[in-house]
Design a binder for this molecule. Structure first.
Ligand SMILES: Nc1ncnc2c1ncn2[C@@H]1O[C@H](COP(=O)(O)OP(=O)(O)OP(=O)(O)O)[C@@H](O)[C@H]1O
Ligand SMILES: [Mg+2]
Length: 497
């Protein structure tokens, strides 16, 4: 047993009479990584938001370094050396990288902000994290992966004793995860204690010393990571619930193998360079690559968010001009974006109203909205995707991260697109629901629709794709057929160029 840095005892929390944590105990040792795992809505983020003063507990005790504490807000927790990297990214889009990193704790000289010192410091932090982006860049120009890295840099810009990482790797590819783990190991060796929340089981066993499993607000077990296996953890997580391990199932080829989309010589903003490929009806094609390889930019260009500088796109044989989102939707294209907060959902609205945004065509009778039809479709979505929400009037901001992601998928599926563009569709989704979502995507393709999917989880691409296109620095470097996709290493090797 190491030296205990914090203890949580008998923590209980309800939201509007709905108990989401019941008598939870949690311990953290100095220089250890303690992982918390559990299905979507199990209570992981809530427990850590209680620790960091963001939510108040209903009852229970928290002890830090041997002293009872009661943090009333996040700054109280910061003052005690406790920081959190939030699942829902908290970087401010209109600020630069360095401004975000030092927001609320600017470095000063003679009472003024010392820009030079902050830039130097920020550059060092980013170099340590292995990311190559100018510190004066506006965050709104960066992809989610980079935003995650900036969150991490922000947390490390001050002294920390306890660092809570709530799904820090949701949109990082394996190489970036490796880099992050190096940093986690350095922090450990410096005596920092880390709480690590992730749905990626292989990460848990690689990095954690202890694992706590939560299910429906209850602690199922806390165990030494060395004594656990992935399937053992999944069993604790899901209990008797259906376990949908995801593995590739050979699918019948759709009878009409004509091209759904033909992309020729696509160039986008210097980030995508002369990329050509086709996707056939009934086919699921993956785009694999590292952060900055142009994956997301291809999807955004096809959805009319980014300007296509050069190249042609045909949908079912006809040239289309995808100059804005409206045109893309009219051509039968839908996008589930990487960052649901930026583009996918209106957080302050109800689940039902968010579905409505995608459903307009189907529930509109003349100018009136058919409320009954909308309710019915909303309730079907909750069932079909197993969304954990009180009811369809629940506001999106009160759903757990993974459940928010399911609403984005539901929103677009219900609109019957022909070509579905998915950017990290299962980021933050628990392992039980992942298999479910992959099945839904396969069924969708089986009906003659097509899918282009970006995922930084190779295992997920392997589980659903009929073909993988590998991108390196904005160029197509390889195309892997199903028979060439033998294992993760082959793809891993390919994406590194
Ligand atoms: N601000 C809030 N208001 C009302 N309910 C909330 C709020 N925050 C969380 N909840 C509810 O508490 C439960 C636990 O949510 P929490 O976000 O802790 O889950 P989680 O384990 O982090 O899940 P995920 O893996 O999806 O992120 C969920 O049922 C969620 O809807
Ligand atoms: Mg969470």
């Amino acid at each position: 047993m190491g030296e205990s840095v914090l203890q949580m005892r008998n923590i209980t929390k309800s939201f509007y009479g709905n108990k989401v944590l019941a008598n939870i105990d949690f311990d953290l040792q100095k220089g250890h990584v303690h992982a918390i795992v559990g299905g979507n809505g199990a209570g992981k983020s809530t427990l850590m938001k209680i620790l960091t003063g963001i939510y108040t507990k209903d009852s229970g005790e928290i002890t830090v370094a041997g002293k009872g504490v009661d943090f009333h807000n996040y700054s109280d927790a910061n003052a005690a050396g406790i920081r959190m990297i939030f699942q829902e990214l908290s970087v401010i889009q209109t600020l630069t990288v360095v401004e975000n990193i030092f927001l609320n704790h600017e470095e000063k000289k003679w009472g003024f902000n010392d820009d030079k010192a902050m830039q130097d410091h920020a550059e060092k932090l980013l170099a340590k994290l292995g990311i190559d982006v100018p510190v004066t860049e506006k965050v709104s120009n960066l992809s989610v992966g980079y935003c995650q890295m900036i969150e991490i840099a922000k947390a490390l810009s001050e002294d920390v004793k306890v660092l809570v990482m709530d799904e820090p790797t949701a949109s990082l590819s394996d190489m970036e995860v490796t880099q992050l783990f190096k940093i986690v190991r350095t922090l450990k060796s410096e005596g920092v204690s880390i709480v690590y929340i992730s749905h990626r089981m292989n990460e848990i066993l690689t990095i954690a010393d202890e694992v706590t499993v939560l299910r429906d607000g209850k602690r199922i077990i806390t165990e030494d990571a060395k004594k656990l296996t992935i399937s053992g953890i999944i069993n604790y997580m899901l209990g008797d619930a259906e376990k949908n391990a995801f593995e590739y199932h050979e699918r019948e080829k759709y009878h009409d193998q004509s091209a759904m989309i033909e992309i020729e010589g696509l160039c986008v903003d210097n980030l995508v360079k002369d990329v050509s490929f086709q996707v056939h009806r009934g086919e699921i094609v993956g785009l694999a690559g590292l952060m900055g390889s142009g994956r997301t930019e291809i999807l955004e260009a096809l959805f009319g968010i980014r300007k296509i500088q050069n190249g042609t796109v045909k949908i079912q044989g006809k040239s289309v001009d995808l100059k804005n989102t409206k045109k893309a939707i009219a051509s039968g294209i839908a996008l589930v974006p990487e960052d649901r907060r930026r583009e996918g959902l209106v957080l302050s609205h109800s689940l039902k109203d968010n579905l409505l945004i995608g459903l307009f065509q189907r529930v509109k009778t003349k100018l009136l909205i058919d409320e009954r039809k909308l309710r019915k479709i909303s309730e079907e979505s909750i069932k079909q995707l197993n969304i954990k929400a009180e009811n369809i009037e629940t506001t999106i901001s009160s759903l757990s991260g993974g459940n928010q992601q399911k609403v984005v998928i539901a929103k677009w599926l219900k609109n019957d697109p022909k070509l579905f563009l998915l950017d990290e569709p299962t980021a933050g989704i628990d392992i039980g629901a992942k298999g479910e979502i992959i099945k839904i995507i396969e069924n969708y393709a089986n009906q003659g629709n097509s899918v282009i999917v970006v995922s930084s989880e190779i295992s997920e691409l392997l589980a659903m794709c009929d073909r993988i296109i590998v991108l390196v620095n904005g160029k197509k470097s390889r195309e892997l057929t199903r028979s060439e996709m033998k294992n993760e290493e082959i793809i891993q090797h390919a994406i590194q160029g």
